[in-house]
Ligand binder design. Structure first.
Ligand code: NAD
Ligand code: UDP
Length: 309
């Protein structure tokens, strides 16, 4: 099989490329390295890399691709707000270009959507038929609304253009190749513990997230790519923890002082996040298997090596 991965130099894209290459597939990757890192690709023998923006680079991709995975987009709130124009463009114009590519070539198209489309949810756990609670003009909207419109484009091409496309919604995922400085909570807490610095907790730390280890997520993405299901399908770990629980767990596993520095809660920061994964279980036969404790340990081992290098 030949697959195209946009955002291949990033955290999830590089892990997805590694999994495909290890199974003998051909991988073409596109990345402009706005948040990605060449280091993530250094062990990927056989990868064909096109360096540049998605829209500008798509003309260089051979048309015999079987699956096109669209992962290019900053993912951490800090980065997507700093790179707002790119975030809006790549999730809307970039998604449109890839859908047109798929219509022309017959490739299966898979769109990396996000739990952010649920905003600050009024129901929990979140099922795929929940429409969400998103502030359309708040600081997070450059990401949330761009992803929501990306889903709209996919649904249109499914309905009207007969394109074999699928949407899945990723909940907070962590693991090796994640930028230790991109501001997401798991990588930040592990880095702070390794350096003996206090944890920066935004708000009172009672907000919850559900954290999925990268190897679990990659299995789910590949199952979605190889199915013909339109989605949307949630992919995430249904175990829900407060940030204070996460901080305690990181201290127990990684060490550090365990000290907490409380900072202001950013605007529109969701209070709860917990995926209902019944659809992923029944349609894809998928569920996570790596515990948060094991995942923190593996990520800390990778990060310790990476930070000292
Ligand atoms: P990341 O920032 O590590 O990777 C994104 C990659 O896309 C980077 O390598 C970046 O350089 C590249 N990129 C950005 N804009 C581009 C453009 N215009 N053209 C070409 N390349 C571009 O982020 P990630 O965590 O790997 O996330 C990947 C995808 O998964 C994103 O679409 C994100 O929205 C989605 N997602 C991630 C999570 C998570 O927890 N990590 C959760 C929900 C959704
Ligand atoms: N957060 C925090 N300290 C940090 C980074 C993040 O308390 O140093 C909080 C953030 O406000 C949010 C949660 O951790 O409530 C998860 O943030 P993340 O950026 O990982 O992703 P989100 O799920 O919000 O997209």
């Amino acid at each position: 099989m030949k697959v195209l991965i946009t955002g291949v130099g990033g955290f999830i894209g590089s892990n997805l490329a590694a999994a495909h290459l290890s199974q003998g597939h051909q991988v073409i990757g596109i990345d402009n390295f706005s948040t990605g890192n060449h280091e993530n690709l250094k062990e990927l023998q056989g990868l064909t890399l096109i360096e540049g923006g998605v829209i500008e680079s798509l003309g260089q991709v051979s048309e015999d691709v079987n699956i096109a995975y669209h992962f290019a987009s900053p993912a951490s709130p800090e980065k997507y707000m700093a790179l707002a124009m790119n975030t809006m463009e790549v999730n809307t114009g970039g998604t449109l270009s890839l859908l047109q590519f798929s219509k022309r070539t017959g490739a299966r198209f898979v769109f990396a959507s996000t739990s952010e489309i649920y905003g600050d949810p009024l129901v929990s756990p979140q099922t795929e038929d929940y429409w969400g609670n998103v502030n359309p003009i708040g600081p997070r909207s450059v990401y949330d609304e761009a992803k929501r419109f990306g889903e709209t484009l996919v649904a249109h091409f499914q309905r009207e253009e007969n394109v074999n496309a699928g949407i899945f919604r990723i909940f907070n995922t962590y693991g090796p190749n994640m930028d230790p400085f991109d501001g997401r909570v798991v990588s930040t807490f592990i880095r702070q513990a390794l350096k003996g610095e206090p944890f920066t907790v935004f708000g009172d730390g009672s907000q919850t997230r559900s954290f999925c280890y990268i190897d679990d997520l990659v299995r789910g993405i590949m199952a979605m790519g190889q199915s013909n299901h339109p989605g949307p399908i949630n992919l995430g770990n249904p175990r829900e923890n407060t940030l204070l629980e996460l901080a305690k767990m990181v201290t127990d596993i990684v060490g550090g002082s365990g000290e907490i520095k409380f900072l202001d809660l950013p605007q529109d920061d969701p209070k709860k996040r917990n995926p209902d994964i019944s659809k992923a279980r029944s349609i894809l036969g998928w569920e996570p298997t790596v515990s948060l404790e094991e995942g923190i340990q593996k990520t800390a081992t990778w990060m310790a090596k990476n930070l000292s290098a």
